[in-house]
Design a binder for this molecule. Structure first.
Ligand code: FAD
Ligand code: PYC
Length: 417
């Protein structure tokens, strides 16, 4: 029996109200843009900013289903570096690193970029071989890279335990001195403010729920929770949700989405002068300006859209970090969270057009796209404005998966990247 209830009255009045709004709303978009960017993370906002700032394309909207920076761009451990193995990746990330070096000035917003050095540890003979291969490849590509023996590694990071009987003995390390960290929120806010000042519409609480196509099959707009919006070009920059969005346009992407988690300790006085990463133990650590130790764990073993990681992944990361840095043992952890990372088969991004006219992709940055934000936005904007991929992103097209031109960067980060 349906009894009298305030809740039912409320539900009916809300649905009645919605019905009235839907009749009133025109099915045709009331607003049209030259470019609609889906995703108000760092990559989407940087794309919009450079479109407006460098290409005069200002009739641009960035649609964000939640709040800007609420995705991975505001959830990561902020490691910035460019020491990737293959020439294509090294060139892309180095382009980004150079932009980081002038970003606060460019945006007139302090993104707190701190080039405190990124050190990657080797614990086995194989690790050391991989590290040395990276160092040599980077130096040949003109990227700063050094190989350190254990004592040099400890001199750079004094809290590191390099005793020979340690559970994870440090046999050697790579160091990129120009690498470091930045403040993730500030990067998002800086790009958003600068884009907004140039006339870009940054629209929060606006979830894209469908992609409109015209009779030719070309993209003509999107359905959103705030009504239909027209566009000439649709750029999907939605990280872990890119395959969901591409699916709305009938495109299946070679992407799997996994939770990747991070945690911070209670704040302490400065103990950690640099960033340390270890591929073998799937962990990385730095210290924020507030004094918290910022710790990243590995990806969960199974795909998911949950923005929280499994307890056992974080727990094993902490166990391992306590072996490397015994001073951590008495520290308490304060917060943990996760983001949804978009992982491709070769752990490299997808940037470029798709077979659907008007539909472009910028995704697949996986566990390593924070450092790429300025470079990705800069090059993607140039590509969109020219209607063809910029030479630095051309190798990262979707077609590489059918052509077999993979750029395998599986050893590029501590988290199986
Ligand atoms: P996001 O910031 O995720 O933005 C995409 C946005 O799209 C989201 O805000 C989302 O809400 C929105 N969206 C999704 N679906 C829709 C829809 N239907 N309609 C409208 N909007 C939608 N990288 C590094 O380089 N260094 C690191 O140290 C590092 N550490 C990491 C640690 C963790 C724990 C995580 C999770 C990631 C880490 N990364 C790191 C990776 C990096 O964070 C990401 O690659 C990068 O932030 C991706 O940026 P983005 O702008 O593409 O995505
Ligand atoms: O890309 O350097 C990186 C990274 C570290 C942790 C997650 N990503």
């Amino acid at each position: 029996m349906r009894g009298f209830s305030f809740l039912r009255i409320l539900q009916e009045s809300v649905s009645g109200h919605r019905g009235w709004r839907e009749q009133w709303r025109s099915p045709e978009p009331r607003k049209s843009y030259d470019v609609v960017v889906v995703g108000g993370g760092g990559h989407g906002l940087a794309t919009a900013y450079y479109l407006a700032a460098e290409h005069g394309v200002r009739n641009v909207a960035v649609l964000e289903k939640g709040w800007i920076g609420g995705g991975n761009s505001g959830r990561n451990t902020t490691i910035v570096r460019s020491n990737y193995l293959f020439e294509e990746s090294a060139a892309l990330y180095e382009h980004s690193l150079k932009l980081w070096e002038g970003l606060s000035r460019k945006l007139n917003y302090n993104v707190m970029f701190s080039q405190r050095g990124v050190m990657a540890l080797g614990h086995t003979v194989t690790d050391v071989q991989v590290i040395k291969r990276h160092v040599h490849a980077n130096r040949l590509a003109g990227i700063d890279a050094e190989y350190l023996d254990p004592r040099q590694a400890k001199a750079f990071c004094p809290i590191l335990d390099i005793s020979r009987d340690a559970r994870y003995p440090v046999l050697g390390a790579s160091l990129q001195r120009r690498g470091g960290t930045a403040r993730h929120d500030a990067v998002v806010w800086g790009y958003a403010r600068a884009a907004d000042a140039l006339g870009v519409d940054v629209i929060e609480n606006c979830e894209v729920t469908g992609v409109r196509r015209d009779a030719r099959g070309a993209v003509s707009g999107v359905e959103t929770t705030r009504g239909a919006i027209g566009t000439g070009v649709l750029a999907l920059v939605a990280a872990g949700h890119s395959s969901v969005l591409a699916g709305m346009a009938g495109l299946r992407l070679p992407i799997e989405s996994f939770p990747l988690q991070a945690l911070v300790s209670e704040p302490v006085k400065p103990v950690m002068p640099c960033v340390v990463m270890s591929n073998t133990i799937d962990a990385y650590m730095s210290q924020s300006d507030k004094g918290e130790l910022v710790i990243g764990a590995g990806t969960d073993a199974y795909p998911s859209y949950g923005q929280r990681g499994s307890f056992q992944v974080a727990s094993s990361t902490l166990d391992s970090l306590c072996e490397l840095f015994p001073v951590l043992r008495r520290l308490r952890m304060m917060r943990s969270w996760a983001g949804i990372v978009d992982v491709t088969p070769d752990r490299s991004p997808i940037v470029g057009p798709t077979p659907t006219p008007g539909l472009w992709l910028n995704c697949g940055w996986g566990t390593g796209g924070f450092k790429a934000i300025p470079g990705s936005g800069h090059l993607f904007a140039a590509s969109l404005a020219a209607g063809r991929p910029h030479t630095l992103v051309a190798p990262f097209g979707l077609d590489r998966f059918s052509a077999g031109r993979l750029i395998d960067e599986a050893t590029a980060a501590a988290v199986s990247h």
